[in-house]
Design a protein around this ligand. Structure first.
Ligand code: UD1
Length: 418
């Protein structure tokens, strides 16, 4: 429980550093359990989703400890392949443990995973492709139970480039006997990061970032020290916030290549952006112009920045359209944004946004992680006080969001209460 109180209208100015990517750290944590040797994840963000996955690892007998920002993982005592229902319901990423557990024990039991309220989020693609690798699964009392006599290295073609299914297949195949090929796999930067991480453990994985990944199974993985990639969604959230409020931002520890679709959109939208090594500099004069946007699997525009862009469209001059092609229920934030004076109508997968001059502060509720971040950004723009409840959704994926915005000059605080 918790809520953000925001007094809007301040320009954002200053410098922040981007954290390690949530969506990279989570599968990497699962992958860390594939060796009995020590693994160190450098700069591991203590966000709620990461803590939930650490709790899951601990429940399976894995020892973990933070040494400052670094997470130390020792899986030599891992002795359990059943994830307790309460813990798997806490986060969607518990599904990655499927691949890791299958690799390690040839067995896995997880209850249907939880996570954001943004659509059905089935795991049929995961189970179907695992079946091709010799993993049988059935549903028993809300649990997915998987087992295999042997993991078969195969050529698998995904019917959709699912990020989670690609990651699970990588985790399942890395210790299999033989060569696995995953076609039509996801090409997200987080897939490349998982490949790099596993390769530092001794895996032989090629082709991450393209639509075919090759995995040459190895007998054993060893310990490693690894720094995950920076969070392109956190970076994008701060860039969009600065585009909306006006101001100047320096983002450190940020790979601009991973968010080039966003950078192009913001440059089209009257922002000035310069990139030098891993630093992005941005200047915005505030109100931009309308645009059309559609989300899709990487390298298309990321669905995780769709709601934040809807806020930008809400205060732009003219009418914009935003089409969501990845998740079917990712417009839940629209009713809340409209309470703040936005003019958005959703029809099917498309939101039609008529820009208004100014949003107005009121009480709104975050219903999911990225939709919640969008409401915060709206509050930074709005006239008067905005109260965003449902902070627990936002805390799943953003570390010190309020503190970072305050350091940029925003008037925002996180307080207890519903
Ligand atoms: C990951 C990210 C999430 C991001 C999403 C898309 C993590 C922890 N989460 O989620 O932040 O928004 O990628 O970039 O990395 N689908 C099926 N059946 C399946 C699997 C997926 O129908 O078995 C559908 C989903 O319902 C969704 C679409 O495929 O409509 C994309 O899902 P997927 O790429 O698997 O996303 P996640 O891995 O869940």
């Amino acid at each position: 429980m918790g809520k953000y109180l925001i007094s809007g209208g301040k320009k954002l100015c200053g410098e922040i550093s981007v954290e390690s990517a949530k969506n990279s750290v989570l599968p990497i944590l699962a992958a860390s359990t594939l060796t009995d040797e020590k693994v160190v994840i450098k700069c591991c963000p203590k966000i709620a989703d990461v803590i939930s996955l650490i709790n899951i690892l601990n429940s399976l007998g894995v020892e973990t400890a933070f040494e400052n920002e670094n997470l130390i993982i020792n899986s030599s005592g891992m002795n359990n392949y059943t994830i307790p229902e309460r813990l798997s319901k806490e986060l969607r990423a518990s599904v990655f443990m499927l691949g890791a557990l299958i690799s390690r024990f040839k067995k896995a039991e997880i209850s249907f995973p939880g996570g954001c309220n943004i659509g059905k989020r089935p795991i049929d693609l995961h189970l179907k492709s695992l079946k091709e690798m010799g993993v049988n699964s059935y549903i028993d009392n809300g649990f997915v139970k998987c087992s295999a006599e042997k993991i078969l290295a195969k050529k698998i073609t995904l019917s959709y480039p699912s990020v989670g299914a690609t990651e699970n297949l990588m985790l399942s195949a890395v210790l299999a006997d033989g060569k696995t090929e995953i076609r039509n796999c996801a090409r997200e930067p987080e897939i490349v990061d998982l490949m790099r991480f596993l390769n530092t453990m001794g895996a032989k994985i090629y082709g991450g970032g393209t639509s075919t990944i090759l995995i040459d199974g190895v007998k054993k993985l060893h310990g490693t020290v690894y720094q995950p990639m920076s969070d392109r969604i956190e970076a994008g959230t701060f860039l969009i916030a600065t585009a909306i409020t006006g101001g100047e931002l320096q983002l450190n520890n940020c790979n601009a290549k991973n968010i080039c679709t966003l950078i192009h959109k913001l440059c089209d939208n009257t922002c000035k952006i310069a990139v030098k090594n891993d630093i992005i500099y941005m200047r915005s004069n505030g109100r931009g112009k309308s645009f059309n946007l559609h989300t899709g699997p990487y390298p298309d525009f990321p669905t995780d920045l769709q709601s934040q862009m809807a806020v930008l469209a809400s205060v732009a001059s003219g009418s914009s359209t935003i089409t969501e092609n990845v998740f079917e229920r990712r417009f839940a934030y629209v009713d809340e944004l409209n309470k703040m004076g936005a003019d958005i109508r959703v029809k099917g997968r498309t939101a039609y946004v008529n820009g208004v001059l100014q949003l107005t502060g009121t009480k709104v509720r975050a219903l999911d992680l990225r939709g919640g971040a969008a409401l915060i950004i709206a509050g930074l723009n709005a006239e008067g006080i905005t109260q965003v409840s449902g902070a627990e959704h936002i805390l799943r994926g953003y570390l010190d969001l309020d503190k970072k915005f305050r350091s940029l000059g925003a008037d925002i605080k996180l307080i207890d209460g519903d």
